[in-house]
Design a protein around this ligand. Structure first.
Ligand code: FE2
Ligand code: FE2
Length: 173
């Protein structure tokens, strides 16, 4: 079986059509976030569809670390900016509340054996929560953010996001 790093490396998903158009015109942080969302959706579908507990055992820690580090860097480098703008403030706060709900589900999942039936149900809830969150992020949030960030600024924010995420991944071990 592939090692987690190899599995993650292969997890690239297809971007939604509307997201693709947005990413093509603005690039930077918009592209980075959308690509990570697509890779995450691919990994989560693999776990949700797995009948072999070893797939859950192997991929869940990768998913957990990726989701936590992504959300942390996103909050710090993307949402903090949006919170400063009146027309994106509420959207940003709502997204951050969803980050906390996702973190709670991750911590519940970490405390249950992957072979337990409850784990699969809970993972399904996490998947639904992440799908919903990503749809809002790539929809109204990106729409609002493109008025705040031009493509030059989007590039700068991407570099900061990558650095903060990398440090958080190291911290999470
Ligand atoms: Fe995100
Ligand atoms: Fe997010």
């Amino acid at each position: 079986m592939a090692k987690p790093s190899e599995v993650v490396g292969k997890a690239v998903g297809k971007l939604r059509a509307a997201t693709q158009a947005m990413v093509d015109s603005h690039g930077g942080i918009f592209r980075k976030l959308a690509e990570e969302h697509a890779a995450m959706a691919t990994m989560m579908s693999r776990v949700a569809g797995a009948t072999d507990a070893r797939v859950r055992e192997e991929l869940f820690p990768v998913i957990r670390r990726e989701l936590l580090a992504h959300a942390h860097a996103e909050s710090r480098e993307f949402y903090d900016l949006l919170k400063q703008q009146p027309h994106t403030h509420d959207l940003a706060q709502h997204s951050e509340q969803e980050h906390r709900e996702i973190e709670q589900l991750l911590s519940q999942l970490s405390s249950i054996e992957v072979t337990n039936d409850v784990w699969a149900d809970l993972f399904q809830r996490l998947k639904i929560a992440v799908d919903h969150h990503v749809a809002e992020e790539e929809g109204p949030v990106f729409e609002g953010a493109k008025h705040v960030l031009d493509s030059e600024r989007a590039k700068e924010i991407e570099a900061r996001f990558v650095a903060v995420k990398k440090a958080e991944m190291q911290r999470l071990g």
